[in-house]
Design a protein around this ligand. Structure first.
Ligand code: ZN
Length: 136
């Protein structure tokens, strides 16, 4: 599926405002964007680490998937996102190889990327996101 790099790591936090000081003051990273993604009921904050990003995820509703994750697992790494040059093709390939899909077609995610998730049960416990920059 032609993965080029790790696009980002998604990290579930209870509060972005409370988490940002750790990433900025301890790790010395700079938060360059905060964005709400209403379709996923999350607020996100982004940091760059080389060509990989950290994406903090705070739930904006009680029925947000991140709220459920925090309830069950607490704060921590939520998903791993790979950059690929074609999410639709990558999904088709994964499905043909017996991988359970969460999304059957790419959809819009944070930062204007096209994204889709693979089910962690098929990915050795890792909720796996595939992303691509939309073609113009
Ligand atoms: Zn993500």
């Amino acid at each position: 599926m032609n993965i080029t790099h790790i696009e980002h790591l998604g990290i579930a936090v209870k509060s972005i405002d409370e988490a940002i000081p750790y990433f900025e003051n301890v790790l010395g990273l700079k938060c360059y964007a905060v964005e709400e993604v209403p379709s996923q009921k999350v607020k996100t904050a982004f940091f760059k680490v080389g060509q990989t990003k950290l994406e903090l995820l705070e739930p904006t509703a009680d029925d947000s998937p991140i709220a459920g994750f925090l309830e069950k697992r607490g704060e921590g790494i939520h998903h791993l996102a790979f950059a690929t040059d074609g999410v639709a093709d990558a999904l088709a390939e994964a499905e043909s190889k017996g991988i359970r899909l969460i999304d059957h077609a790419p959809r819009g995610g944070a930062e204007g990327l096209n994204i889709a998730f693979l089910h962690p049960k098929s990915c050795h416990g890792i909720l796996t996101e595939l992303c691509e920059k939309p073609k113009k």
